[in-house]
Design a protein around this ligand. Structure first.
Ligand SMILES: Cc1cc2nc3c(=O)[nH]c(=O)nc-3n(C[C@H](O)[C@H](O)[C@H](O)COP(=O)(O)OP(=O)(O)OC[C@H]3O[C@@H](n4cnc5c(N)ncnc54)[C@H](O)[C@@H]3O)c2cc1C
Length: 496
């Protein structure tokens, strides 16, 4: 008899699991509380503009790369137009100092050496590491749950050159590693590329993906990208139910047997996969009954990063202007415990589908603690005022950098960590799950909970920092585990 799988959440992890499960002969239904797919990978319409809520870079956009092969199993990524930037970001530190983060590592190396010849040793080390990682093929396809005892030594052997580089870089934070740089501007600028609490291997891997042209932007934006996965799922015969918020996972005799919805309806199945936020799953949908120490401890002690996104619609064409920049502010913008010395501005002139003809979408990103917004989220007026105040500061900074937009702004939109949390239920608006300290080594949350059968948890929290590629991979892995338990071969195929 065909097994019926119930999946909670049509984010990237849920859609990926749904696609692989359908392809492998399971009967699948996805239940999503919102009216569109994508979860955090989303966009929304404002006055004719498409505000993009997610993708800054997507790993796996280069045809033939390892993640590209995995994306091709879940969507027609090769049919999308992809934008790659020669300069991924210009970091403008004031006093005429600019670090151009070239995607090409050779150009980047040359540029960094011009900026600080005294830092040659470390600059070469970083760029060399990036080149090594760019050539590596990681053992991603097989979930660690299915490793046999011989897999590990074989893997270590095949990965030796890259592991030699990665070993050290994965145990040290970006801040600590770059702390060795002598040039203060270089030190500061390179730390703005991504949160400095991440391990250095995250930065090196990003440089590696940019170098190999594998970290582009899919034209049309994040929701459009998610729709490609939704199409695959529907084409394979999957069913997705929108506006179907799950209230509780039904458990009978320690087996997950069904779902109860917010409207009181119920559905039963043979297996439940939660691709919803981990915190809301274990504390909410399962009422805290199957918590593990690791989950409790991680939520209690590990930090998360969240951000505010400010979108501006300008009635002017900014093509030819810088596309992605981090601009140093005269006064830091403080949002809770986050002090932003830089504001990140994206000029989406490179994707004209996001704005009406002749107009441009500009977006700013600032780190922000969730608590800063949560405190006033219950009081509509004060929450709105805070949003307006932030928008005013961002507009000032944007107008200074792009004087052409002065007097031409016709749309402003502010999304806070509370917005993301309300929309998807994501814990504290966290955009990449926890920031696991590099010294913690490889960090995973088991996909199964002790004492609960026929239940799996997937998504960004189980293998942080996952982002979109990692979340997609957890959906594939869970189906590989199911196929193995059901003693059938796992079938994967590219979407044509
Ligand atoms: C601002 C921002 C920028 C980002 N930039 C990038 C980037 O550039 N590159 C990158 O790779 N990643 C990026 N990410 C991270 C990436 O978006 C996430 O890691 C990824 O989308 C997580 O996918 P997921 O499927 O695990 O979870 P989610 O996207 O959170 O999906 C969970 C789904 O479950 C649904 N749900 C929750 N509770 C229920 C319920 N009770 N009943 C029914 N449905 C429910 C939610 O509505 C949601 O659709 C960014 C994230 C943010 C917020």
């Amino acid at each position: 008899m065909t097994k019926k799988i119930l999946i909670i959440g049509a984010g990237i992890a849920g859609l990926s699991a749904g696609i692989h499960a359908c392809r492998n002969g399971y009967d699948v239904e996805i239940f999503e509380k919102n009216s569109v797919p994508g979860g955090l990978c989303t966009s929304w319409q404002r006055k004719g503009y498409t505000v993009d809520g997610c993708i800054h870079w997507l790993v796996g956009t280069r045809p033939g790369s390892q993640f590209n092969r995995l994306w091709r199993e879940v969507c027609a990524i090769d049919q999308m137009d992809i934008v790659n930037h020669d300069i991924f970001m210009n970091i403008e530190g004031g006093e005429g100092k600019t670090l151009s983060l070239y995607s090409d590592l050779d150009r980047l190396e040359e540029h960094l050496l011009e900026l600080s010849p005294d830092d040659e040793g470390l600059i070469r080390k970083i760029c060399d590491a990036g080149r090594v990682v760019a050539k590596a093929d990681f053992p991603l396809e097989k979930p660690s749950e299915l490793y046999k005892f011989w897999d590990m030594p074989l893997m270590l052997l095949s990965m030796m050159p890259v592991l030699r580089v990665m070993g050290h870089l994965s145990r040290v934070s970006i801040k600590e590693y770059l702390g060795e740089l002598k040039d203060p501007f270089l030190k500061e600028a390179l730390q703005t590329v991504m949160p400095a609490g991440y391990s250095m291997i995250s930065l090196v891997s990003t440089l590696a993906s940019l170098h190999s042209g594998d970290a582009g932007f899919p034209v049309g934006g994040s929701l459009n990208f998610a729709r490609f996965l939704e199409n695959t799922f529907l084409d394979l015969g999957g069913r997705v139910h929108y506006r179907s918020g799950v209230q509780e996972i039904i458990v009978e005799k320690n087996r997950a047997t069904g779902l109860q919805f917010e409207n009181g309806n119920r559905v039963s199945g043979d297996l439940v996969i939660s691709a919803a936020d981990l915190h809301s799953t274990v504390y909410g949908l399962l009422k805290g009954k199957y918590l593990t120490e690791k989950i409790k401890e991680s939520f209690a002690h590990l930090p998360v990063y969240s951000s505010a996104q400010i979108a501006l619609g300008a009635d002017c064409d900014l093509s030819g202007e810088a596309e992605k920049i981090a601009v140093k502010m005269e006064q830091p913008v403080t949002l809770g415990h986050e002090h932003n010395r830089y504001i990140y501005l994206t000029n989406y002139a490179f994707d004209p589908t996001l704005a009406p003809a002749g107009k441009t979408l500009l977006q700013a990103t600032l780190y922000s603690s969730y608590e800063h917004w949560k405190a006033s989220a219950g009081e509509e007026e004060s929450y709105r005022r805070k949003k307006e105040q932030l928008a005013e500061r961002v507009i000032k900074a944007a107008e200074k950098r792009f004087p052409a937009i002065k007097g031409r702004l016709e749309m402003t939109d502010v999304a806070t960590p509370v917005t993301y949390s309300r929309y998807t239920g994501v814990y504290k608006g966290a955009y990449m799950a926890w920031i696991v300290p590099p010294e913690a080594g490889r960090f995973r949350i088991p996909k199964e909970l002790p004492g609960l059968d026929d239940f799996f948890q997937i998504g960004q929290w189980v293998e942080p920092p996952a982002g979109l590629p990692g979340s997609m991979l957890t959906g594939r892995h869970v189906v590989q585990i199911l196929c193995s338990r059901d003693r059938k071969p796992f079938r994967a195929a590219a979407v044509s």
